[in-house]
Design a protein around this ligand. Structure first.
Ligand code: SPV
Ligand code: MG
Length: 291
């Protein structure tokens, strides 16, 4: 099945579905092998893996290059965290064209200003995009896609910027009218109060996506009760790799030896397996002249 259709089915599933962050070809492959039905190409994680900030310091074509590796390495759908769309409606619609060419299933754009700042950094000081301008951007993206199953998710940053439920609902409704396929409602509270309030009033007008990074203690069953369609575990492969790499580098630096770490790292055979070395060996048999 096309990746776009796979993703469309996910967001329209009757129960919450779960997708997992990846930030390069390797982590994308690991997410697929774990059993996830989709991948979140996180802006935070991709930029952090490049050693830059989540402020559009990496150019959109650099992000596209990473995505291409992620898409080639996997067969499950990828939802790109497209930040604010990297410009105005024109930049955003060109993004859609390029994503479709790379078999990316959908893109999420957030209603903030370019260059964006991560939602968990000084959210109160961040300003929202003009509602009309952002709606036009969504419309342009939907008008550009050639695959009817390509998904555009509209991310509402009202709560992040200190605005209340009324603003969140007004914006979500405007983006629905503009043609968005789903709404991502974000919150930086450690409880689920804002999300719950939104879900009550929203009443299923479009599928809703959440990222429970800050309210991670909320039992997953509550998301089901609220009618959430898609839960994104947004940055945990990146954070796990930071922890693991720091620990390992410190240890090897101190020990000046590999003796104590060998048991803690993936065997080289596992690296080769993940890279698909076996397939190349078989292809060599088939295509190289035998000596
Ligand atoms: C990301 O993963 O880059 C996101 C989610 O946009 S968050 O960091 O929660 O804003
Ligand atoms: Mg992001």
């Amino acid at each position: 099945m096309k990746k776009t259709k796979q993703f469309r089915d996910l967001i329209h599933s009757q129960k919450p579905e779960f997708i997992m962050e990846a930030h390069n070809g390797l982590s994308a492959k690991i997410v697929e092998e774990a059993g996830f039905k989709g991948i979140w190409a996180s802006g935070l994680s991709i930029s952090a893996a490049m050693g830059v900030r989540d402020n559009n310091e990496a150019s959109w074509t650099q992000v596209l290059d990473v995505l291409e590796f992620m898409s080639d390495a996997t067969s499950i759908p990828i939802l790109l965290d497209g930040d604010t769309g990297y410009g105005n409606f024109n930049n955003a619609r060109r993004l859609v064209k390029k994503l479709e060419q790379r078999h990316i299933a959908g893109v999420c754009i957030e209603d903030k200003q370019f260059p964006k700042t991560n939602s968990f950094i000084n959210g109160q000081e961040q300003s929202l995009a003009d509602i009309e301008e952002f709606s036009g951007k969504i419309k342009a993206m939907k008008d550009t896609q050639t695959d009817e199953d390509f998904t555009v998710v509209a991310r509402v940053e009202a709560f992040i910027t200190g605005k209340g439920l009324k603003v969140a609902l007004e914006r979500a409704e405007a983006y629905r009218k503009a043609g968005a396929d789903a709404v991502f409602i974000h919150s930086k509270r450690s409880d689920v109060a804002e999300i719950e309030a939104f879900m009550k009033e929203w009443a299923g007008r479009l599928p809703v996506v959440i990222v429970p990074t800050k309210y991670y203690t909320t039992p997953t069953v509550r998301f089901q009760e609220m009618g959430i369609s898609l839960v994104i575990w947004a940055n945990h492969n990146l954070r796990a790799s930071i922890q693991a790499m720091k620990h390992l580098s410190d240890r090897i630096y101190r020990d000046q030896s590999l003796v104590h770490v060998e048991k803690d790292v993936a065997p080289l055979e596992e690296v080769f397996r993940l890279q698909g070395a076996e397939e190349l060996e078989a292809a060599e048999q088939q295509y190289l002249p035998s000596s």
